[in-house]
Design a protein around this ligand. Structure first.
Ligand code: SF4
Ligand code: SF4
Length: 437
């Protein structure tokens, strides 16, 4: 009889795979790419150190205790270490498996558990997000937020509460997205758009800009009903069962829409949706469908770059600092496409931000659960942006927009931060830059 697998501190459900761990040859090439190693210079807060800790736990030589867990909680999951690794270690799969193990097997302190539950429960339900939007609107329009900030209330409150306040988006009028938007001129493709959870409620203007650009480029755009959160935030936080449930719901919604591609304008969502095949690999009813679905998913910049432009680009005279979101550049390998879209706008000048591979500190819910580290990384990014003297900053992920806005405001340099697609939309619609402020 074959011996039962020994999983050390892990349970038997997909522990970090030994064959992936053993691909690490300890060369250390990934160290300079890692934000936490860059900040602290500590081996156990580097990719190599974390891989070593996973292996110790798998071999039963380390316990899943507070100290061990802290090294994984501090990891941003930005996967900046992956393109830097010459041995092709799939750190993304390793951290995802480790986080799921932690969530199942480690008893977090009650306050931490409650805080995470609050965030998850809000994100997973669009109707709760809408309620949150209304409360936020009242909080901002009544002047309460400004008054509390002016008297410095948040300095006396726990860091997580202060972080939540500093990252709150300023609520804009909601823009409705039609279930089907016809293509302008001859139809080139029928595509689906993911509306997202945070995106749908707080960034509906970005969704509206995305639909306008796609339609102008000859796409019929379908926003299938029944879609909710794609589950990305849950995957990144190790809440595997909830992520799988939301992934199935997303697949069901888009399959019915009969589209040729699924276009996503939030890099964190796109990177997870491209991995649904892996997330649902054990589900006989969904595994194959998930693989097919993932193959259809494209970031909006990636999708548009495959098309010869049809809509006229009108000049937009601006110096733009472009920030690569980690889930776009590292997880999806999409770097050239958003730059190319921006460079084809007449009058636009692109400025590169130094230390591009290093995360801004947003990383899903990282800036809400690890506010101190996130703030340090945000301040570091702002320090690189300020000297560029850009008129505007562009990026491809809602979390990064909020994180950069908050960091630049702290640095006393509150230039607008927008989604890349908003600049393209403004150029196609002939809007001035001021319209994005
Ligand atoms: S995912 Fe990011 S923070 Fe985590 S080890 Fe890799 S580079 Fe470092
Ligand atoms: S670069 Fe790759 S092989 Fe080298 S230490 Fe980092 S993870 Fe291991």
């Amino acid at each position: 009889m074959a011996a039962a697998p020994q999983n050390g501190a892990f349970d038997a459900h997909h522990p970090p795979a030994l064959e992936l761990l053993e691909k690490c040859v300890h060369c250390g090439f990934c160290l300079p790419a890692c934000p936490t190693y860059t900040l602290w210079g500590q081996e156990m807060d580097s990719p190599r150190g974390r891989i070593y800790l996973m292996k110790l736990a798998l071999e039963g030589q380390a316990e899943m205790n507070e100290k061990w867990v802290s090294h994984f909680d501090s990891c941003l999951g930005c996967v900046s270490c992956m393109p830097a690794c010459p041995s092709g270690v799939d750190y993304g799969k390793l951290i995802e498996a480790t986080r799921a193990q932690i969530e199942r097997n480690y008893a977090r302190p009650a306050h931490d558990k409650l805080h995470r539950k609050f965030l998850f429960e809000a994100f997973a339900h669009p109707e709760r997000m809408k309620l949150l939007r209304l409360s936020l609107l009242a909080y901002q329009k009544s002047g309460l937020q400004a008054a509390l900030r002016a008297i410095g209330v948040f300095k006396a409150l726990p860091k997580r509460v202060a972080a939540l306040d500093s990252l709150l988006p300023s609520v804009k009028p909601a823009e409705d997205i039609a279930m089907v938007t016809p293509a302008k001129g001859e139809k080139r493709k029928r595509v689906g758009i993911l509306l997202g959870c945070v995106q749908q409620v707080f960034f509906s203007h970005v969704n509206a800009a995305t639909v306008r650009v796609l339609a102008a480029e000859g796409c019929e755009v379908v926003a299938p009903p029944g879609q909710s959160c794609c589950g990305a935030l849950f995957v990144h936080a190790g809440a595997e069962a909830r992520a799988q449930e939301l992934a199935r719901k997303t697949i069901d919604a888009f399959e019915k829409a009969n589209v040729e591609a699924v276009v996503i304008n939030a890099a964190g969502c796109g990177s997870s949706m491209k991995e649904y095949g892996h997330l649902l690999r054990d589900d006989p009813a969904y595994a194959e469908r998930a693989r097919r679905f993932s193959a259809q998913c494209k970031d909006v910049s990636e999708f548009l770059a495959e098309f010869s432009p049809r809509a006229e680009r009108k000049p937009l005279h601006a110096r733009v600092a472009f920030y690569d979101s980690c889930h776009l550049q590292h997880a999806q390998g999409v770097r050239a496409q958003p730059r190319s879209l921006l460079q084809h706008i007449p009058g636009m000048q692109l400025a590169e931000i130094p230390e591009a591979p290093i995360c801004c500190g947003s990383a899903g819910i990282y800036n809400l659960v690890q506010p101190g580290v996130a703030r340090e990384l945000g301040d570091r990014k702002a320090k690189h942006i300020v000297p560029l003297q850009a008129d505007i900053v562009a990026t491809g992920n809602p979390g990064c927009i909020l994180q950069l806005q908050s960091s630049l405001a702290r640095a006393g340099h509150p230039v607008p931060v927008v989604h890349t697609i908003q600049l393209l939309d403004a150029s196609i619609c002939g809007l001035p830059l001021e319209a994005l402020r």
